[in-house]
Design a protein around this ligand. Structure first.
Ligand code: GAL
Length: 445
């Protein structure tokens, strides 16, 4: 197989993804600022602190330099509503200018920006007003969207509205892991509806101000299948899968939220997605279990034999990415960006395998006619991983949280080779994950 190469289409967007709160540091105006300071919320009581110092120290510059030198063609970042509108109706033009400089900084380095308007974090006042729990959020989110778009539209074409609405809603209102820390299923359904309304208003505002914008929604997508070929296992797997993975894209396709307790109309959401953002990390198998009513009677486990990351949170299951891409193609029929994919592996012993085996599935999907436009690895650099803080490391670059020194992991070099070659060569596979060589290129014509 020497000389073999899995080539990607010309113009394919290779890059990484990040989110404001996770990398900026020093945020004093958000709900997460308060959340972090509540005892017991964050693993080992860790803090975001200076994070990767993209704000005060502007260390985005050195990180974007690294990304550009590694051949990345894009970066997905998020702007923080809490910095831009720290008090209701008070707009911080310096904060907007900071984001403008970062985005121009990407362009100057030859990278296409993808900008997310909301990535889990809210201004403190939004959460204090419980704004996501009522339609009051819609005009607030639209006003914020309009401010951001008018400041950045000369430099940004690809927008994400609300990152992982499913995770935002479930962690905040069902699991109680993110602010506001509630565990109220009925309220969560109302929040889902308001998220869809806010997303729809945001989608329309962007198009109104920038007709050629490409607006998408990234969903945390987790294939969940039956552990055994039994009707009850299948039932529990389907319920979990639909509740977690498909409820939002399905509502945008149909204009209805089809939840476990029936269906609700959200007609304004129908058709408000130009492309689908797939955040894929892992998959589950489910066994029917009467003791788990809170989990829709399904006991979850990772697919047998899949390699599990060091925090035990994600398992490497590339077939799940293939399956997710196929689901999106069949069900939505929209262009796809893989807006996140990655593995928490501080030692970087498993990540090279993870990257290569997942990208192989992307290549196969494209070969079979799928329209995948880009791949954003999560993440460029170790960052504040929400409730797991610094205990779960996703960076192509490792970062020492005291000195802020960045060090390339082997995976940074691997990903750079792939970006620069616009594909995966046999030589690369044999150097970074020789154990994958057998069969890796078998589909290559
Ligand atoms: C996603 C989230 C990211 C990042 C990632 C890794 O759900 O959008 O912000 O934390 O998980 O776990």
């Amino acid at each position: 197989m020497a000389g073999s190469m899995l080539s990607f289409p010309r113009g394919f967007l290779w890059g990484t993804a990040s989110a404001g709160y996770q990398v900026e540091g020093g945020n004093t105006t958000s709900d997460w600022t308060d959340w972090e300071n509540e005892p017991g919320r964050i693993e080992a009581g860790q803090k975001s602190g200076r994070a990767c110092d993209w704000w005060a120290g502007e260390r985005w510059k050195e990180d974007f330099d690294k990304a550009a030198a590694d051949g990345h063609r894009t970066h997905r970042l998020s702007v923080e509503w809490s910095r831009i509108e720290p008090e209701p109706g008070t707009w911080d033009m310096d904060a907007l200018d900071h984001y403008r400089r970062m985005i121009v900084g990407l362009r100057d380095r030859g990278m296409e920006p993808m900008v997310t308007l909301h990535h889990f974090v809210n201004p403190r006042w939004v959460t204090e007003r419980q704004a996501w729990e009522s339609p009051a959020i819609v005009p607030l989110f639209e006003a914020y969207t309009r401010k951001v778009v008018s400041a950045l539209k000369d430099h940004v074409t690809i927008w994400c509205t609300i990152n992982e609405p499913n995770v935002f809603m479930l962690q905040g209102w069902v699991g109680g892991i993110f602010p506001p820390g509630k565990k109220k299923l009925g309220l969560a359904m109302e929040v889902a509806r308001n998220i869809l309304r806010a997303h729809a208003a945001c989608y329309r505002a962007i198009h109104d101000m920038q007709p050629d914008a490409q607006v998408g929604l990234p969903v945390h997508f987790r294939p969940i299948t039956a552990a055994r070929p039994r009707a009850l296992d299948r039932w529990a797997a389907r319920k979990q899968f639909e509740t977690f993975s498909t409820v939002f894209p399905d509502a945008i396709r149909t204009g209805r939220i089809r939840g476990i307790f029936g269906s609700t109309a959200v007609p304004e959401a129908k058709g408000t997605m130009d492309w689908f953002g797939l955040n894929y990390y892992t998959a589950d198998v489910v066994t029917f279990d009467l003791r788990k009513p809170g989990e829709l009677f399904g006991s979850r486990a990772f697919p047998p034999g899949a390699e599990v990351d060091e925090a035990g949170v994600y398992a490497s299951y590339p077939q799940g990415l293939a399956w997710s891409l196929e689901w999106a193609r069949r069900t939505l029929g929209l262009p796809i960006y893989i807006t996140e994919n990655g593995f928490g592996d501080n030692a970087d012993t498993m990540r090279p395998r993870y990257i290569l085996s997942h990208l192989r599935e992307v290549w196969r999907h494209i070969q079979a006619g799928g329209d995948v436009r880009g791949y954003y690895h999560w993440s460029l650099i170790d960052n504040f991983e929400w409730e797991r803080a610094w205990t779960h490391r996703f960076g192509l670059y490792a970062m020492d949280i005291e000195s802020l020194v960045r060090t390339p992991r082997k995976s940074a070099r691997l990903f750079a080779e792939i970006c620069k070659a616009d594909g995966i060569s046999a030589e690369t596979v044999s150097r970074y994950a020789p154990e994958l060589m057998e069969g890796f290129f078998e589909d290559k014509a």
